[in-house]
Ligand binder design. Structure first.
Ligand code: PAF
Length: 280
């Protein structure tokens, strides 16, 4: 595995691979890698000749400086994991390398970025789009891999690719869960053992709610899930929404859409977790 820090070196190497007609896959990450990332990378390795993994904690997507400061960073462990699962290139740029000057681009995702995470983390998706569009430009991947845990991010990246007519296929990879059901996340590293047990309630409660669609309206289930999660010690729901999986707008009847997703953000102590579940 080659560890590369500069865009120039990355582009020089990738040009050679492209000339040799190699397919290139990209897995963008912010490091602190876990089994969920490993699943994305393994998929990328198996579907492409060359797998590039970027490890970059992108400052422009953090609307809270403490969150950025506290974001876990485990570079040595990350490189060992990436090497062990067959990554060809780990791209680990500095902030100056990605942003030699401030990125002032403002993206418009036609409302997809105004709900849920967009409401509670203003500017977050603009920052994600800034860095992902730059990575796509540097790497020019044939395929790029993203986890379904970040369901709204995935919708926005698909939208950006469509808007900018980028020649990249976005591959959505199902959420990887701990045996308790807790969605794997770099942020889980900040949870105590006890908090992890509480946080497992998020998925359990959402899953139970999918069995109640016949008796409850989306509004009623929204209230119930919120109440049940809030009743678990240490958990505090920031939002839970049942939405159409394409428009991300809330539905009022189960007949409103054939693609229905419940998306949640919950604080467990000080740690903010997100997850989602498919209703239909
Ligand atoms: O999902 C993430 O880890 C980040 O938002 C991403 C896509 C790597 C962009 O910084």
């Amino acid at each position: 595995m080659k560890v590369i820090q500069t865009v120039k070196e990355l582009q020089t190497l990738l040009r050679q691979y492209r000339q040799a007609e190699k397919n290139i896959g990209l897995v963008p990450t912010m490091g602190a890698l876990h089994e969920g990332h490993a699943t994305l990378v393994k998929r990328c390795v198996s579907e492409n000749d060359i797998c590039v993994v970027s490890v970059f904690v992108n400052p422009t997507q953090f609307n809270n400086s403490d969150d950025l400061k506290l974001y876990p960073r485990t570079p040595e462990k990350d490189y060992d994991l990436l090497e062990s699962i067959g990554t060809h290139i780990a791209f680990t740029p500095t902030v100056e390398e990605i942003y030699p000057e401030p990125d002032t681009r403002i993206f418009d995702f036609g409302g997809l970025d105004k709900v849920m995470e967009g409401t509670f983390r203003p500017g977050h998706f603009n920052g994600v789009a800034q860095v992902v569009s730059k990575l796509f430009d540097f790497v020019k991947p044939d395929k790029a891999y993203f986890g379904e845990k970040d369901f709204q991010q995935l919708s926005i990246i698909k939208k950006m690719v469509k808007q900018m007519k980028l020649p990249v296929e976005i591959v959505a990879v199902p959420t990887v869960r701990e045996s308790s059901g807790l969605a794997m996340s770099s942020r889980n590293q900040r949870l105590s053992e006890q908090q992890r047990e509480y946080a497992a309630g998020i998925h359990r409660i959402m899953r139970e709610s999918t069995l109640m669609m016949a008796e409850k309206t989306p509004d009623e289930l929204t209230r119930l899930v919120t109440e049940w999660v809030n009743n678990v010690p240490e958990l505090r729901v920031e939002y839970f929404r049942i939405v159409d999986g394409d428009s991300l707008q809330q539905i009022s009847s189960w007949y409103d859409s054939g693609n229905i997703v419940g998306a949640i953000a919950v604080y467990c102590g000080e740690v903010r977790l997100i997850d989602n579940i498919r209703y239909r």
